[in-house]
Design a protein around this ligand. Structure first.
Ligand code: CDP
Ligand code: MG
Length: 736
């Protein structure tokens, strides 16, 4: 029974907020004039629907998009109202005022740094301006740290150019690509640009490389920046030499670094005092509220705060910042539950999740106009901090948490990466609150105290100093670089360098004198961690590529294979028991995939949805794994590897292959039932979710460690100790 409030607000106290200050972002300088843009009249139809062309995803190797039908659509589009409306929007973006001085600076300098508030138009406009100049040859690359940003931006910019996605404007992200020979602007993840360097070390196909979101300082962004510095020296030569000779080299490169925060000096110094241009965004004041006490349960606090806003405050969409996909999914379901019980007269709630691995079709929903008499509630990770601007947001709820990749070089001996939920930095908190002030006076509700805010770190440590370097090390080796010798903005942590070297050596990717081996070169061909690539290559020798590719595809999928079932534990356990395999979790995963493949054939699309539900398996994980499997098979085909080698129901070949990559993730049973790492000092337990949790196996391999009350190994299979003694590099290890 609801009166004016949803049930939880009557049973639980409201979250108490204290307004701290009404903040206006520090004044920045306009490119052309110092004019300020605070005028509400300037706000145009940002909510109008961007015409998004066909959402069909293209896989590597599929024929490229140059159909005549697409061309017709595009001509029609250019005359359409939607297209004209997009052009008006483009002209009204803050950056449009600075277009000329921007182009002037870029023409004059090899490197230009652009600083600008989120939403000012940097990412979408700068590449188009350069294209429209007509004076630059080659393609324009725009790097993004996250794949969802790359695909969403390419879609938007294609529409702004009135061309189908994948023709003039395209994207390239891991496991997905839409480009054609005529593509001039390509949005790609920084990881993909590094991959391209493996075949074209000077990036000769690009006339311009734009490094976007540079402030995030991801490992791959830092590698791109360091590589570009070297490429510039080789492609452009030295400045003074060029002027002396009166002309430059044949295929010079322009580099543009774009960032949302104020630390441009560091980038400028890194590129020999490159000029810095500022773009003043359209930022309205934002009132910031902190909770008066700290909140134990940020999901619950976010839920309550959302409904307080929804019931009490004027229209305007709400953006909630959450650490990760699992929290997003869990808040989404509780929001839906309460929203369905809202009393008559309270407007509807439209929930839009937004995270890195969200399928393209669902991303588009975030940008659709909010239907009349309803309120959009966007549940996002820190992707919405600066990469993606969502129009219509008036309220921000900030949990103050994020997922951060951390590398433990020492704890586990072998070193490993894990995603931890951590407190955000001050600079993130400021960015998050800023997202409320784009379309008018905004409100930001921080689910933490003002003291907590004051004790946050100012900005994040660069990722190069806190993540695993194994894959990066290998990729750099292939392009003839040594991680140690790269001109990084910040030096990587020596312990991580050592751990990466050790892993590559154990895998036989490098030899005793740190030279890349042929095997190492093959490993780098796969868009997989070197350990997983080693498993794949080993499966060729053990004649089980078919099984191993399926398992690796599932391991690479971003969603967990089994859905959460805490409310129906018995039913879930019963369903899962069908997939059980004595060797453990890897083969059980394979059983799920095999069953799914069969059901898809026998029951068709409508049938397998129900099947997934009944069996408590995540359909999204399987769909994504299916895509990845297709990709991996394509890559294998290209390398002359037969992907149909099958070991049928014999598990040993698969376990041997897995072991080949997971050499550092082996543990032996101890008398007390726990397991001791072979390559590290830690004692681990088998995670309760594992099929082997209540078994005692003399030796196990595992995918990952998770830290909760204990160190748990997750994704576990039992192996024979005799397999381990086959690896000469582990012979120092006593096998009892
Ligand atoms: O890079 P920056 O934050 O400076 O701005 P941008 O990403 O170029 O965004 C400029 C404008 O395009 C904003 O008003 C966005 O709302 C809009 N946009 C959009 O509607 N859909 C997208 N997929 C990307 C941008
Ligand atoms: Mg941007």
């Amino acid at each position: 029974p609801l009166s004016s409030r949803p049930p939880h607000t009557t049973t639980q106290p409201e979250t108490n907020f204290q307004e701290c200050h009404s903040s206006r972002r520090p004044a920045t300088v306009m490119l052309d004039s110092e004019e300020e843009y605070e005028n509400e009249d300037e706000l145009h139809s940002l909510n109008s629907k961007p015409p998004i062309h066909g959402q069909k995803r293209q896989r590597f190797g599929e024929s490229q998009l140059t159909g005549t039908q697409d061309k017709k659509v595009s001509t029609a589009n250019r005359d359409s109202k939607d297209f004209r409306c997009l052009q008006e929007q483009r002209e009204q973006l803050p950056i449009a005022r600075g277009r000329e001085s921007l182009m002037r600076s870029i023409a004059l300098h090899d490197v230009t740094i652009i600083l600008g508030e989120t939403g000012s138009g940097k990412t979408t406009q700068v590449p188009q301006y350069l294209l429209e100049e007509g004076s630059y040859h080659g393609q324009i690359a725009v790097t993004q740290p996250r794949r969802v940003a790359a695909t969403s931006l390419a879609t938007r910019v294609s529409a702004e150019q009135g061309q189908p996605l994948g023709t003039l404007v395209g994207y390239s992200v891991r496991f997905d690509e839409r480009v054609s020979p005529g593509t001039r602007i390509k949005y790609l993840t920084d990881g993909m640009l590094i991959r391209e360097m493996m075949n074209d070390s000077l990036l000769t196909r690009y006339g311009i490389v734009i490094v976007d979101e540079a402030h995030e300082r991801t490992l791959r962004t830092d590698i791109v920046l360091a590589s570009l510095k070297q490429i510039l020296a080789r492609r452009n030569g030295r400045r003074d030499e060029r002027t002396a000779k009166g002309k430059g080299k044949a295929n010079p490169l322009k580099v543009i670094v774009m960032s949302a925060t104020m630390d441009a000096e560091k980038f400028s110094n890194f590129f020999e005092k490159a000029p810095v241009l500022y773009v003043k965004g359209r930022q309205h004041p934002v009132s910031i509220f902190h909770t008066s006490t700290s909140q134990n349960d940020y999901l619950d606090a976010a839920l309550r705060t959302f409904f307080q806003i929804h019931v009490d405050r004027p229209p305007g969409d709400v953006l909630v910042f959450l650490p990760g996909q699992d929290d997003i999914e869990s808040l989404e379901s509780s929001l839906r539950l309460y929203a369905s019980q809202l009393p008559h007269g309270v407007s509807d709630v439209v929930i839009c999740p937004l995270y890195a691995s969200l399928p393209n079709a669902q991303q588009a929903k975030v940008f659709l106009p909010t239907p009349p008499s309803s309120r959009k509630c966007i549940l996002a990770t820190n992707i919405a901090e600066t990469s993606i601007t969502i129009p219509g947001v008036r309220y921000v709820i900030d949990t103050g948490k994020q997922k951060e990749k951390r590398h433990f070089a020492r704890i586990a001996g072998s070193g490993f990466d894990t995603l931890l939920t951590t407190d955000i930095t001050k600079s993130s908190a400021v960015q998050r609150s800023g997202r409320a002030g784009r379309d008018g006076h905004g409100y930001c509700f921080r689910l933490y105290t003002e003291d907590a805010f004051n004790s946050m770190a100012v900005s994040a440590e660069p990722e190069v100093q806190r993540s695993s370097l194994t894959s990066a090390f290998l990729q750099l080796k292939v392009i003839g670089q040594d991680l140690d010798a790269m001109p990084f903005m910040d030096r990587p942590d020596q312990e991580s360098v050592g751990s990466a070297l050790r892993t590559l050596w154990l895998l036989d990717a490098i030899d005793n004198s740190r030279h890349l081996t042929d095997f190492g070169r093959s490993l780098a061909m796969f868009p997989l961690e070197p350990q997983y690539a080693a498993i794949l290559l080993a499966s060729v020798n053990h004649s089980c590529t078919s099984e191993v590719i399926s398992i690796l595809a599932l391991l690479s999928s971003s969603a967990p294979l089994f859905t959460d079932s805490s409310s129906q534990r018995d039913a879930a356990n019963e369903a899962r028991a069908k997939f059980r395999h004595p060797s453990g979790d890897h083969w059980a995963m394979l059983n799920v995939f095999r069953a799914y493949d069969e059901v898809r054939v026998t029951e068709g699309k409508s049938g397998y949805k129900g099947w997934c539900k009944r069996n408590f398996v995540n359909q999204r994980a399987l769909r994504e794994a299916g895509d990845i499997r297709t990709q991996l098979r394509g890559i294998c085909d290209g390398m002359g590897i037969d992907c149909n080698l099958s070991c049928g129901n014999e598990e040993v070949p698969v376990l041997r292959s897995l072991l080949r990559g997971l050499l550092q993730q082996v543990a032996f049973l101890q008398p007390d039932g726990s397991y001791k790492q072979v390559m590290g000092p830690s004692v681990v337990k088998i995670h309760p979710s594992s099929f082997l949790a209540d078994k005692r196996s003399p030796a196990i391999i595992y995918n990952e460690l998770v830290y909760t009350t204990n160190i748990y190994a997750r994704g576990v299979s039992a192996v024979y100790k005799s397999f381990i003694s086959e690896f000469p590099k582990l012979t120092g290890i006593r096998v009892s």
